[in-house]
Design a protein around this ligand. Structure first.
Ligand code: LUZ
Ligand code: MOS
Length: 762
């Protein structure tokens, strides 16, 4: 049988695109609901820490249209939604630990009745001391999980030998996911004594598991279905479970359908965000600018419950040295318990925080030595054979290659000269350039999660249906799944339909996260389609008596010639012959492992590299800034869908730039969210994005573990955005060489203005 691997992967746009621009794409709140679907409203804690002294629902419960009010006492199973650690109640009991913590659920016939009931509830809370600062929490011994240290070499001894040593503090703020579609769930009882839930979640199985736990039911009684999300970015990896559990509980208790879609302000207030970190660094270099030693201590602001914080903390450690080869490293991370909403997964998952700190350390060293940071960066890039502090020996590295290509293709020397000329001729406008290399590990750091399944049916008319555990959230994973099925079966993409993600069709899914969704689920689709292809070709071989049969480009080939058979005819014959035209595919990433007792192993299938050059211009009177250009060489492997992948690189870049520059999650001292609406929390808009973004792919085959050698692309580009911080900083120092540099992101215009007129000279 002829192999089909020489046939190109069919190119294919995002199948959702037309629905999105015509408004026909269905999101959770667009799904038609049953008659008399109940309206749900959460009463959440108005203060960040306190003891509930009075909770009176009597008069609220009598308001016409109110069906019931559910509290912790009404949970038939466990009042617990913690994903990694059981430390987060569904409903507060006795005390509240963050502003926005759910206290009770109002179930009503109408939204108006629910609102009226909310006003009629009597809630009294005796305030307790509020801690919002991770270092303060650490000093008090308030940790969410045990601290961890990754180590390589002997930093203590190495610092003795360093010609230059610099230390300081780097801090980053949080980041709101701002998925366009808020959280939400729609649940109804099924005839067989279970609950079916439509959920806006990245993790259908996590929602299913949480509901089963809340209701005290086995998982097979809960079915979770996901059509698509209007964005997730990590915010719906773990935190969609709350809404699913609340809707399911209401449906279970009332026997009716129930829907819960929070108002944007409630979503902002109740959900966790990217973790703010406060970190200490110490970096040591020799006279050749080699980094000999690096030490970092991270204080992660975890919020009031663990959520995914322990795993995020781990990824910070994995990315502590970004793309630099450092012989002696010690990195320690503390997950600190504060009275903020539990912070959670966000594109990059702790990696960006770790990478910001080392970039700050390098920038600090460079500034003190009077050289540009890129001279240090360039001298220390990883190469094949380097053993990362966590024990994985790198191969097929692209750090130096993407760096060199960026320098040459984008003519960095010319850009630098232009900037110098501009700065020499402008007094109140200054430009700055920064280079940002990235090295991001691909795989869930929890080895167990690196598995996926797919279910493929070829119907008797030749049409194909594909189900996977992948959730489409705008990232284009459905396009890639269709491409895999089309290429593997040898047929046109138009014959293939992606089904919703459903726990009844594909079980035990890992969340669509960690940039690994296409790799994991795509390889499962590949497995299933190969099984079906083998069976179909066996029928064809038997029919034609030929050993050389294949299906390619939608034609049936026999003895290397296009035969007269159509795909439809062939499938009809297979069905007549009672051939199995369905298959379940399974994939578990080989080779990966990690030993937490030694903090060593080989956790990642591979790494994604890249280099971005960012050019910023600062208005030195106003403190405002713009970005002239960001130019990127990205290591995408053999990108299997260029449009989708470019979209991920551009979107990731802008999201990272937003985090580093304008997005400021502000909580007050009492733990109340001040940036509680879109008027007070600003994400990049069309005016804030760079005037130009150039993205070039290296276009060199990725490793076998990448789907069709096309490398994972979801998260890595976000970290190019870190370059924006340093480009602005370099523009500031061009204006004021003695500015007092602090590494405190985000670099908002207010901070820029202060820095422009600050001084490090006492
Ligand atoms: N989620 C997770 C992730 O559970 N584990 C990970 O390693 C990860 N990495 C990135 C994004 N989400
Ligand atoms: Mo994510 S941070 O890959 O859900």
């Amino acid at each position: 049988m002829k192999q089909t691997s020489s046939v190109p992967i069919p190119s294919f746009g995002n199948p959702d695109a037309i629905g999105h621009v015509t408004g026909r794409s269905l999101y959770l709140d667009d799904l038609p609901v049953m008659q008399e679907t109940l309206s749900l409203l959460v009463l959440d804690a108005p203060v960040a820490h306190g003891k509930i002294t009075r909770l009176d629902i009597q008069s609220a419960a009598t308001i016409p249209g109110v069906v019931t009010i559910l509290t912790a006492q009404d949970v038939p199973g466990e009042n617990q939604i913690g994903g990694i650690l059981p430390d987060e109640p569904l409903f507060a009991e006795g005390e509240v630990h963050f502003q926005g913590q759910p206290i009770l659920l109002i179930v009503a016939e109408t939204a108006e009745a629910a609102e009226a009931a909310k006003k009629a509830i009597v809630l009294e809370i005796d305030p307790l001391p509020v801690v919002t600062d991770p270092r303060e929490a650490y000093a008090k011994g308030h940790l969410l999980s045990p601290s961890r240290t990754f180590k390589r070499g002997d930093p203590h001894a190495a610092f003795e030998k360093c010609a230059y040593i610099f230390s300081g503090i780097a801090e980053n703020g949080g980041q709101e996911h701002l998925y366009l579609e808020t959280q939400g769930a729609y649940a109804y009882p099924t005839e067989s004594g279970g609950i079916k839930v439509h959920s806006s979640t990245q993790g259908p199985t996590a929602v299913q598991r949480t509901i089963a736990r809340i209701l005290g039911l086995p998982m097979n009684r809960i079915e979770v279905d996901v059509t698509r999300l209007g964005g997730g970015f990590g915010g719906k990896e773990d935190q969609a479970s709350l809404w699913g559990a609340l809707a399911a509980l209401a449906a279970w208790k009332t026997g009716k359908s129930a829907k819960l879609v929070p108002h944007r302000m409630q979503d902002l207030r109740m959900t966790g965000k990217r973790h703010p970190y406060s970190s200490d660094y110490k970096i040591g270099l020799d006279t050749n600018l080699r980094i000999l030693a690096y030490e970092a201590t991270y204080y992660q602001n975890g919020g009031a419950a663990a959520d995914l914080s322990p795993a995020i903390l781990e990824r910070t450690l994995f990315h502590a040295t970004n793309s630099y080869a450092i012989p002696n490293v010690s990195a320690t991370a503390h997950s600190c318990k504060t009275h903020l909403p539990p912070n959670t997964a966000f594109r990059g998952f702790g990696g960006p925080q770790g990478m910001f700190v080392i970039e700050a350390a390098i920038h600090h060293a460079a500034t003190a030595l009077g050289i540009p940071a890129f001279e240090i960066q360039e001298k220390n890039l990883v190469q094949d054979g380097y053993e990362m502090p966590y024990g994985q020996v790198l191969s097929d590295t692209k750090a130096i290659e993407t760096w060199r290509n960026a320098r040459e293709e984008f003519d960095l020397d010319h850009m630098l000269k232009d900037v110098e000329a501009f700065n020499n001729t402008h007094h109140y406008r200054k430009k700055g350039i920064a280079i940002m290399p990235i090295c991001f590990g691909i795989s869930f750091t929890n080895t167990m999660m690196n598995q996926a399944r797919a279910l493929v049916h070829v119907y008797s008319d030749g049409s194909v249906s594909v189900s996977t555990g992948a959730v489409e959230m705008g990232q284009g994973v459905n396009a890639k799944m269709i491409q895999v099925a089309a290429k593997t079966l040898g047929i046109h993409t138009k014959r293939i339909r992606l089904e919703t993600t459903n726990t009844g069709r594909v079980a035990n899914t890992s969340p669509s996260a960690a940039s690994a969704t296409a790799d994991l689920n795509g390889k499962a689709v590949l497995d299933a389609c190969k099984q079906i292809r083998t069976r179909i070709l066996a029928v064809l071989a038997e029919m034609t008596g030929s050993g050389e049969v294949s299906i390619e480009n939608d034609y049936i080939w026999v003895n290397q010639n296009v035969s007269g058979w159509s795909w439809e005819q062939l499938i009809k014959i297979c069905h007549t012959k009672r051939t199995n035209l369905s298959a379940k595919g399974h994939y578990a990433t080989p080779e990966i492992h990690f030993d937490k007792t030694r903090e060593k192993g080989h956790p990642f299938a591979y790494h994604v590299y890249g280099t971005a050059i960012t050019l910023a211009e600062v208005d030195c009177i106003r403190g405002t800034y713009e970005f002239d250009t960001v130019k990127i060489i990205h290591d995408g492997g053999n990108s299997m869908n260029h449009m989708v992948d470019i979209g991920q690189v551009e979107g990731g870049l802008i999201q990272g730039m937003g985090w580093m520059t304008m997005e400021e999650v502000v909580y007050d001292q009492q733990g109340k969210l001040r940036a509680n609406a879109l008027s007070t929390y600003k994400i990049p808009d069309i005016y804030a994005v760079p005037r130009e973004i150039v993205v070039r792919f290296l276009d060199e085959a990725g490793p076998e573990l990448a789907l069709f050698k096309s490398k994972a692309v979801g998260e890595p580009p976000l970290m190019y955005g870190i370059g924006a911080y340093f480009a602005i900083t370099n523009a500031i120092t061009a204006f004021n060489p003695t500015t007092h540099l602090t590494y405190t992101a985000p670099m908002t215009p207010e901070k820029v203005l202060l820095a422009l007129y600050s001084s490090s000279i006492p």
